[in-house]
Structures are given as C-alpha cells and as structure tokens.
Design a protein around this ligand. Sequence first.
Ligand code: URA
Length: 243
Amino acid sequence: MAERLDKFLASQGEGSRKDVGKWIRGGRVTVNGVPVRDPGSKVEPESDVVEVEGRPVSYQKHVYVMMHKPKGVLSATEDARASTVLDLLPEELRRRGLFPAGRLDKDTTGLLLLTDDGALAHRMLAPKSHVYKLYRAQLDAPLTREDCQAFREGISWGEERYAPARLSWEEGNPRIGLVEIHEGRFHQVKRMFQAVGKQVLELERLRIGGLELDPALREGQYRQLEDAEISQIFTQQNTRKQK
Ligand code: URA
C-alpha cells in the first residue's frame, strides 16, 4: 500500500518525521533513482527503491527483537521513574514503536520479545494459542513429585485458578524448577510455586514456544530475529519429561 515518503522513512527507523522531511527537501532522498523533494509524495514500500544519500533503505514491515532482559528494568514502553526495556534499545529501534510482547517482572531475567507487530503479539500471548513459555526457577526448597502432580492438575492461588502446567526439575537439582505455562497472568509462576509452599528466589524465562533464548546474548543484550525464528515461536518443543 502506498505511503507518504516521510512517514515511510520514519517508520523504518531512519530518523524523526522532521529530520527525514529536511533530508527529502534537501534532495538527499531518491525514489527509483530520482530525487524526490516532496515529503508527502507517495511510495510503494514493497516495490520502490528508496535511497538516502545513495544508501538503499531495506523495507521491513515489522521488527522483532529478542532481548535477554536483565534484572531491575520494567517490561514497559515508558515509566516516569524506572528504566524500561525500551531504554536498552537504540534510537532507531525505539522510533519504530516497539513494545514488549508480554511482561516479565522487574526482577525476572531472560527471553523477552519486542515488536511492533500487534497481531503477532496477540497470537503469541492468547492462552488459546497454547504457546508454552518455559521458566527456570531457583527455589528455597526442593521440589517433590507431588508438586509436579499438583501443577499437572492445575494450581489454585486465592481466587485464581491456573491452567494445568508442566513441572520438572533440573537433573540432580530439585531446587531448580522447570515450568511451562501457556498463560501469562500476573506473578503467575511465583504464585504457583507459593501455592505448593515454595519461594521463587530467581526466575528466568528460557523459551517461548519453540524459540529459545540465544545463549550468546548476555543480560541487557538484544538482536533482531530471523524470519525462521519468528515461526519457531509457534512450533512447540515438548521434549522434557514430566517427573
Ligand atoms: N511469572 C512470574 O511470576 N513472573 C514473571 O516475570 C513471569 C512469570
């Protein structure tokens, strides 16, 4: 669909609407090799070749970022007092209007996706999509087979009733719980463990659907996703055995 040239350039993270308007009027932008000086002229993002000072602008309809969320930052787009995951991204990505697809608590680390694709975020988060998220929880007491059974049957916490979840523990270490849930309710993992008498000391998200946190990313680092990785979100990997 045809779009205004200035809006197109801004949406691709090239600069603010004001900046790109200046470049266009200054003759620094070409469309199919021809300088275009009207910021309101129309381009077809899928087929026109737009260049800024001879550098082609590669068109991406949406952006998908995998972040290794560190502790102490909010999964929000802005906050008056605390820093947010958006603050960890460079200006050109922030300008694209990314938002975190789902929340992790301030003290939770691990895999967080940021995108400007509302439809994908909705599909990924809707409980009926059954996209399981895998968490690794360090606990204050060892897990038992009864805990795994309770998770399998569905945990209640106060008024809340959570859908059945898969729980196991790390080989040789029953204080490290591995839990998979397909809902994303407030403090859900912490509350589920609390319901079986365990306190979560550290919580990390390792996987969403079939997409794993890239081990090369250290806390606070991010990278864009490849197309194939985006489809992995919707490919489940239910390979772990239940206790
Ligand atoms: N469950 C929690 O309790 N916290 C998170 O950050 C994510 C899931």
